[in-house]
Design a protein around this ligand. Structure first.
Ligand code: PGA
Length: 253
């Protein structure tokens, strides 16, 4: 069975003390993380080491970076490279979150570079894709997302793509309280899986984890995650509240 993943995205929230308190509360909850169930915490850079320390005895829980540079090293003030992440044992990194695309002008081509660098360091990218409202209103979301996948991922070999996690996040559902319906999520996830199958074959497509993101909460996670092609969620706001995120972890298949 492909991995079922609950991924928290703290974005630019919490002080170190607040973050440690939140994480401690979540990891002390009593849930079963079987071989196929994983939890990621995408945490601000300054806390990656301290939070890794907190979860080091836990299986199937992984501290994740929210971003990385598209450059390897050198005179890029303020940037964080994938080799820096690897040197502190980070094995997962969000790539192409819509906020990065929108506020930091990250194009599909730049994201392809980030994906390559992550994979070269054996860091699994959590590649985010998803359409804005105008595209959804024009009913061209399938083509839009397909182009994002093609331009940032489809140069990869079959062996490389196996290490990529995909997060479908319709921009109109992020932080808005307006979730895609479970059916809308399923429809897009099935589309993404079929596009991957066309490119890499059914076996790889079947084993690719595709997460849904956009206003996932404790109260709607079970319904969304129950869809056959939804393999968990990437969660912003609700991941900042321990009880909510614990409920979301418990909703994984
Ligand atoms: P949200 O954010 O859960 O607050 O909508 C999701 C995300 O941006 O990853």
């Amino acid at each position: 069975m492909r991995k079922q993943i609950a991924a928290a995205n703290w974005k630019m929230n919490k002080t170190l003390a607040e973050g440690k308190e939140l994480l401690s509360e979540i990891i002390s909850a009593d849930f079963q993380l079987t071989e196929s169930r994983h939890v990621l915490f995408a945490i601000p850079f300054p806390y990656l080491t301290a939070t890794s320390e907190l979860i080091k005895a836990k299986t199937n829980m992984h501290i994740t970076a929210q971003n990385c540079s598209n450059k390897t090293s050198g005179a890029y003030t303020g940037e964080v490279s994938v080799s820096m992440l690897k040197s502190i044992d980070i094995n997962y990194c969000l790539v192409g979150h819509s906020e990065r695309r929108e506020y930091f002008a990250e194009s599909n081509a730049i994201l392809a570079e980030k994906v390559n660098l992550c994979l070269a360091e054996s860091i699994s990218p959590v590649f985010c894709c998803g359409e804005p409202l105008s595209v959804r209103d024009a009913a061209t979301q399938n083509e839009f997302v397909e182009l994002q996948l093609k331009e940032s991922l489809f140069h990869l070999s079959a062996d490389q793509i196996k290490n990529v996690i995909i997060a479908y996040e319709p921009i109109w559902a992020i932080g808005t309280g307006r979730t895609a319906s479970a059916e809308q999520a399923q429809e897009m996830h099935a589309h993404i899986r079929s596009v991957i199958a066309n490119q890499y074959g059914a076996d790889i497509a079947e084993n690719t984890s595709i997460l849904y993101g956009g206003s996932v909460k404790g109260s709607n996670a079970s319904e969304i995650f129950s869809m056959p092609d939804v393999d968990g969620g990437l969660v912003g706001g609700a991941s900042l509240v321990a009880t909510e995120f614990i409920q979301i972890i418990n909703a994984l298949k």
